[in-house]
Structures are given as C-alpha cells and as structure tokens.
Design a protein around this ligand. Structure first.
Ligand SMILES: *Cc1c(COP(=O)(O)O)cnc(C)c1O
Ligand SMILES: [Zn+2]
Length: 448
C-alpha cells in the first residue's frame, strides 16, 4: 500500500483516528466532526509536476474509473478502495464557462462560471456521493451488514444518493422537507427507487431524525457530516486550477448552506498547497441567502461562534439551512483563504440569476446567490476588477424551472428587474409582424 487515508477528529486537542471502514460520523471521544486525512509524506514522494502530468493524462479519458473528475485523483481521494467497488457515473470534468458578456456588464473581464450542475443528477452533490457510495460498496463487500443508506436533504443530496445507490444496487432512504424542494428534485429519488419520506418540517428537522435512525448501524448516514463526501467534493477546486493549466484563479465565490462544499473547496486547495501544486493563495467568498444566513451573521461578529437560526423560506431552497453542520470546517477554510461572507435578498438573488440567464447561462437560485454576492462585492470595491474570478455554480437551472417561471410571470413578492413575458397572439402573420415591429422598436434585444 503506497498511500493511506483514515478518519481523524478535527478537534486539535483530540485528533483521535479511525479506519475508513468503521461506521462512524463523529469522534467517539469528544463528539467533534471527523475529516479524512491522507499520508501527505507518502504523497510527497511524487513531485508536483508528476502529479499534474498524471492528472492531465487521466482527465476525461476513457480509462475507467480514472476519466471521472473525482477518480482521476484517486490517490488524493480514497487511495485504498478496490476499483471494482467504485460506483462512478463519470462525475466531474464539468465545463468552465467564460462569462464574457456578464463580465462586461459587471465591469470585470476575467469572470468564469464552473458549471457543476452539468453532471449526472444535475448538481455538484455527485462529486461527493460517488465516494461515499463506493466506500459503502467496499464495506458491504468486506461483510459489513449495511442494509440501506439514508440522508436528509434539501433536494440535491437525495437525488445524488438515490442515483448512485440505484447504480450500485443498494437501498437508498431519503428524508425530505415536505413542499420545500422542487418537483424535479422530488421525482429524481422516486424514479431511482429510493424510499422517499416526505416530512412536515424543514431540512434541520429532517437532519435531526436521520441522525436518530442511523444510530442503527445497518443504516448508513450519507449527509455531509460524513466526511467521505467532502473527499469527492474537494476535487472541484483542484479541477478548476487544472482547467486553467494549473494557474490558480484569484477569487472563488461559492453559495453555502450546510457549508460542506466550501469546506471541501478549501480542503482540496490546502492539499494542493501542501503538495506544491498551488501557485498562489486565492480568496474564498461564501454567499448565503439573507433568509438563511447564520454564517454571515457569525462573520459579522468575527466568527465568535455559530448561533443556529430558524432558516426562513427562500427561493434558494437548497441552502435553506439554519444550523450548518460544517460550520467549524468552513470557518477554518475562510480564515486560511482571506475569506469574505456576503448575503443576498430574495430579489437580489433572483435578479442576479435572471441577469446571468440573459447572458446565456441557465442558473439555479443558489448560483443566483453567488452572482448577487459578486455584484455586491464589486459595488463595495471588495473585489479587484482585474482579478480572475470563478463563481461555482452548484446545480443546473433545469432543476428549478418553477422558480424561473414564477420570476418571469411576475408571481413572486417583488417585480423582477429582468422579467421577460411571453406574448400571446392569434396564429396570424399580421399579428406576429405587428408584435415584432413594436417589440424590436422598443426593446433593444441585445442590451440587458
Ligand atoms: C447542497 C447545495 C448547496 C449548498 O452546499 P452546502 O455544502 O450545503 O453548503 C448549494 N447549492 C446547491 C444547488 C446545493 O444542492
Ligand atoms: Zn475527538
């Protein structure tokens, strides 16, 4: 075994370790979260240039499983898993979109959007779920009696869990907050054969219950407090740097709810730094919805501590979380990377999403939160306009068409700035011509 990884308690006074095939989510000694640790010394035996060459050789290749954006970096993710237990759907390798036109409108020339939603189940959650489900398959093959894998979800985690479990032939169980996820997100786990439990509560309520039911070790917990998912998600930052030919951008902007994703982004970048693959230290910005902003509030208080709040209903439903499980990990990352936290109102996030769409994107509301955060920070001169900025788009807009329909039909609590209503006409050339005449006169289509 050339490389090694294990669970380690994140509490620096404890640092207890556990093997990766142990069913454990929190440290049994002190109760803190765990993280996966790697034998960095062993990884350092290969130099930075050689790692880059290996990752480039594998990137999007057909050599299974290394063509996956996650498994192409297997040695950094789960070095000891048998390839035959890997459950992969070719996740990662998503395109990095040069938002030239949006950048021009906002006065920045080097703006990029990492489209993590262009993935199997339509969100970045695939990156983490391939790792977790693969490890479960490995444990089952070693004789561990796991009957099912369960999660609480704001919609995208459950879709990813259900798809990967279905591919592996393992039973998924999903607990969803009733009426708080999109139709697309609800039908995904139903289609994949999950046991779908719709509960009359919010995400935080579902989380409490899933923690109880997974005390029975035959039901494995798939939420991001399970640090295996972070290992897959951490490849997002590595992949972005790789896509820029190993030149790190200046700023990453990411929407945050439970804060596993920002913790993962930072973990990947730190690993690159340790292994000599990071040519500069970027800045990380987390954007939250104003109606679910416990991290933003803590940021204003100098990150004294997390004060959980009751998250209010927001259009950015996947980040409607008041008690984020990865708060501590996220704060460590923000302190390491000169972090900023911003928040966005409902209108700000919806307008930012619509503006992105007007320049050719199809953004989910969470990406709207990140774009709104970018717009705010530019206005406040907190981001240098000459810098290379990457916004992490977390899901595909097609999962959130109800949000977009309501916006453009003017059925939200505010009037969107970029509303675009269809014109209903009789099927006559005359009527269409008349509509064209007036529309093209009054509306300069190529202006936003
Ligand atoms: C899960 C999710 C987020 C939030 O990620 P966290 O790790 O919970 O901070 C953001 N956007 C989308 C679309 C998501 O599914
Ligand atoms: Zn501990």
């Amino acid at each position: 075994m050339l490389y090694r990884a294990w669970f380690e308690c994140i509490n620096i006074e404890c640092r207890e370790t556990y093997p990766l095939n142990k069913i454990i989510y929190n440290c049994t000694r002190c109760g803190s979260l765990l993280e996966v640790k790697h034998d960095i010394k062993a990884l350092k035996r290969r130099n930075a240039e050689s790692w880059k060459a290996l990752f480039d050789k594998r990137y999007k290749s057909n050599e299974w499983p290394y063509g996956s954006g996650v498994w192409g970096k297997k040695e950094w993710v789960l070095p000891n898993i048998d390839n035959q237990n890997i459950v992969s759907m070719y996740e990662g390798g998503t395109n990095l979109f040069w938002a030239e036109r949006l950048g021009k409108i906002l006065g920045v020339k080097d703006l990029w959007i990492k489209l993590c939603g262009n993935s199997h189940t339509g969100s970045f959650k695939d990156l983490g779920m391939t790792v977790l489900v693969s490890q479960v398959k490995q444990m089952i093959s070693e004789g561990v009696p796991i009957k099912a894998v369960a999660c609480a979800s704001t919609g995208d985690t459950s879709a990813a869990l259900a798809a990967y479990c279905a591919a592996a032939g393992i039973q998924p169980i999903v607990l969803l907050p009733k009426g708080k996820i999109s139709i697309a997100q609800l039908i995904q786990p139903i289609s994949n054969g999950a046991l779908v439990l719709s509960l009359d509560t919010d995400f935080d309520g579902c989380m409490k219950i899933v923690k109880e039911i997974t005390k029975d070790e035959t039901i494995y917990l798939a939420n991001s407090m399970n640090s295996l998912r972070i290992e897959g998600q951490k490849t997002v930052g590595i992949e972005i740097v790789q896509q820029f030919d190993w030149e790190c951008p200046d700023v990453f902007i990411i929407p945050g709810g439970n804060l596993g994703n920002v913790a993962a982004l930072g973990k990947g970048l730190i690993m690159m730094q340790e292994l000599g693959l990071l040519n500069k230290k970027p800045r990380i910005v987390v954007a939250q919805a104003e109606r679910a902003n416990p991290l933003y509030r803590a940021y204003l208080r100098g990150f004294d501590r997390l004060i959980p709040i009751k998250a209010k209903k927001t259009l950015a439903s996947a980040i409607q979380i008041g008690n984020p499980v990865s708060y501590e990990k996220a704060v460590r990352v923000l302190k390491e990377f000169n972090g900023i936290v911003v928040d966005a109102s409902e209108q700000e996030l919806a307008d930012a999403a619509a503006l992105g769409d007007k320049t050719g994107m199809f953004t989910c509301p969470h990406t709207g939160v990140a774009l709104a955060g970018l717009i705010k920070l530019l206005k406040e001169d907190k981001i240098d306009r000459a810098e290379r900025i990457v916004v992490i788009s977390t899901a595909h807009g097609l999962k959130f068409t109800d949000f977009k329909v309501k916006y453009h039909e003017g059925r939200l609590n505010f009037t969107g700035t970029f509303i675009n209503k269809p014109i209903y006409l009789p099927p006559s050339v005359k009527a269409v011509k008349k509509a064209l005449d007036s529309a093209l006169k009054e509306r300069r289509i190529y202006d936003v």
